[in-house]
Ligand binder design. Structure first.
Ligand code: CU
Length: 206
């Protein structure tokens, strides 16, 4: 299996670059044509306005080209989204509970932490809920975000493909302490992670 293709953050980056690229090309194209016409048809060079009726090749092209572009955007968006909605079977499950104004992560062995510590290159599935109001879990470095809703479970998954410490935010305004509802994703090598995971005392539970 090609994990590179299955990595949601790689897909999100690809779709983003595709849409941004198309938009930049369109902006440059439309602006240049507009400036060209402004000069070509100004009053001095073209004193009498003419009425143009119909141009079949032009009409076909401005229907076909945008349709192809929009369908391509939809296709890339949809395939990327499907990957995000299908966590791999070997993913590590972590339960996430959001409350005003902190995050709590519970692992399969019962370990709890205020930060999300994960091993390198193993998919992580977060099963998310909230104890009070609607929050939203956002990890910009891995291009994932999902609402935390009281009374229901939502989920997301990502592939931590590099070690380090990354921001984790609440991205749904949830009251006076919203700005402080931040935590970290700490990606460790597999050895360091096992050591951390097996440690009994509740280190990191802030
Ligand atoms: Cu919040």
């Amino acid at each position: 299996m090609n994990t590179e293709f299955l990595n949601p953050s790689v897909n999100v980056r690809g779709v983003f670059l595709f849409i941004a690229g198309v938009s930049v090309v369109m902006l440059v194209l439309v602006t240049s044509i507009m400036v060209f016409f402004l000069i070509k048809y100004d009053r001095k060079r073209n004193p009498t306005a003419s009425d143009i009726e119909g141009n079949l090749p032009l009409e076909i092209s401005w229907v076909v080209i945008p349709t192809v572009l929009v369908v391509a955007m939809f296709y890339y968006g949809w395939t990327g989204f499907s990957v995000m909605r299908e966590p791999p079977a070997d993913a590590m499950n972590v339960k996430v509970s959001a409350r005003m104004w902190s995050w709590s992560f519970t692992y399969e062995n019962g370990k709890k932490s205020g930060e999300l510590t994960v091993p390198l290159n193993r998919p992580v599935k977060l099963i998310i809920t909230s104890e009070d109001v609607i929050h939203s879990l956002f990890i910009p470095a891995f291009r994932v975000k999902e609402d935390a809703v009281p009374g229901m479970e939502t989920y997301l998954w990502f592939l931590p493909d590099r070690t380090g410490s990354y921001d984790l935010f609440c991205s749904e305004y949830c009251g006076a302490g919203h700005h402080a509802m931040v935590s970290k994703v700490i990606v460790m090598s597999r050895e360091d992670f096992s050591r951390w995971y097996e440690k009994k005392e509740k280190d990191g539970a802030n």
